[in-house]
Design a binder for this molecule. Structure first.
Ligand code: HH2
Length: 270
C-alpha cells in the first residue's frame, strides 16, 4: 500500500448536493463520470466516490439515496474502462455492498466501522480494502465543543482499536489504512496537533490523510474553501514528509506535480 517514492493520490468525487467545497457540481452520472475521467487524467491513483456529505452539521442521507447517487457512477466508470481502484466513501454496509457489486474495491468509512456493525464483516467477506477514519461523535454535532485530554494519544488508540476490530472481523491487516480524520470533531488546535504528530500514525501502519480545502486551512489563511489550494498543498507536503501512504484531495493535478517533485528532491528518494 505504501507507494514507491510518493503517497498515492485519492481524487475526491462527491456525488452530493451539499459537500462543503464541490457540492452539487457532479450530481448527474454523466457529469460525475466526466469529472472522474478528468481526475484520472490528472494523475489520480484512486477515485473516492461519495454520496453523503459528512461536513459539520450535514443532514443524514438514507442508504437508498446514497446508492442511487453512487452505484450508477461506479458502474459507468467501469463501463468507460476506467481501471483505477475505486473507493466508496460511506458508513453504511448496504451502500458499500452496492458499490462493491458495481466495481469498487475499497470502502472508506469515516466512522471507522462504528456506524454500521455489518460493514466490517462485508469488507472482510468481499476481500476489499478499508479506510478506518477517526471521528468524534456524529457529523451533525461533532464540532460542538470537541474535547480530548490528549488528542494524539486518543485518536491513535481509537484507530488501533478499530483496526483490531476489523482484523477480528476478518479484514487482512495489509488492506487497512488508518486516518486521523482532520476536521471530524476537532478544533483548530486538535487538527494542528494531529498534523504535527503525523509520524506517530505512520509508525503504526499505512495512513491516509484528508486535509484538502478543510476549514483549518481557512482559519490559518483566511481563505474560502475553493481558494485553499496552496494551504492544501502545504498539508500534502507535510503528509509526504511524514511518510503517509495516501492523500485524499480535490486538486489532483497540482497535488501530483507537488508530489512528483518532492519525491525526486527528497533525501530518501531512490
Ligand atoms: N474527509 C471528508 C470525507 N471523507 N474520508 C477520509 N478517509 N478522510 C477524510 O479526511 C475525509 C473523508 C470530508 O471532505 P469532503 O468529501 O470534501 O466533503 P463532504 O464531507 O462535505 O462531502
Amino acid at each position: 500500500m505504501q507507494s514507491a517514492g510518493r503517497p498515492r493520490i485519492w481524487g475526491i468525487l462527491n456525488v452530493t448536493p451539499d459537500s462543503f467545497s464541490d457540492g452539487g457540481r457532479w450530481m448527474e452520472p454523466a457529469q460525475a463520470v466526466e469529472q472522474a475521467l478528468r481526475l484520472a487524467q490528472e494523475g489520480a491513483d484512486v477515485l473516492d466516490v461519495g454520496g453523503e456529505s459528512t461536513r459539520p452539521g450535514a443532514a443524514v442521507v438514507p442508504a437508498s439515496e446514497e446508492i442511487r447517487r453512487t452505484a450508477p457512477v461506479i458502474a459507468a466508470l467501469r463501463a468507460a474502462r476506467v481501471t483505477l481502484p475505486l473507493s466508496i466513501d460511506t458508513r453504511k454496509a448496504e451502500v458499500a455492498r452496492a458499490a462493491l457489486e458495481a466495481g469498487a474495491t475499497i470502502v472508506n468509512d469515516v466512522s471507522g466501522g462504528t456506524h454500521d456493525p455489518a460493514l466490517l464483516p462485508l469488507v472482510a467477506q468481499q476481500g476489499a480494502g478499508l479506510v478506518l477514519m477517526h471521528m468524534l461523535g456524529e457529523p451533525a454535532t461533532m464540532q460542538r465543543a470537541p474535547h480530548y485530554e490528549d488528542v494524539v494519544e486518543e485518536v491513535l488508540a481509537h484507530l488501533c482499536a478499530r483496526r483490531a476490530a476489523a482484523e477480528s472481523a476478518g479484514v487482512a491487516r495489509e488492506r487497512i489504512w488508518i486516518d486521523p480524520g482532520i476536521g471530524f470533531g476537532k478544533t483548530l488546535e486538535h487538527n494542528l496537533s494531529l498534523l504535527q504528530a503525523l509520524e506517530r500514525f505512520t509508525a503504526e501502519g499505512p495512513v491516509l490523510l484528508g486535509a484538502s480545502r478543510k476549514s483549518f486551512l481557512g482559519a490559518l489563511t483566511g481563505r474560502a474553501a475553493p481558494e485553499r489550494l496552496l494551504g492544501s498543498l502545504a498539508a500534502v507536503a507535510r503528509a509526504f514528509a511524514a511518510g503517509v501512504a495516501a492523500v485524499r484531495v480535490h486538486d489532483v493535478a497540482a497535488t501530483r506535480e507537488l508530489l512528483d517533485v518532492l519525491a525526486r528532491v527528497s533525501p530518501t528518494s531512490g
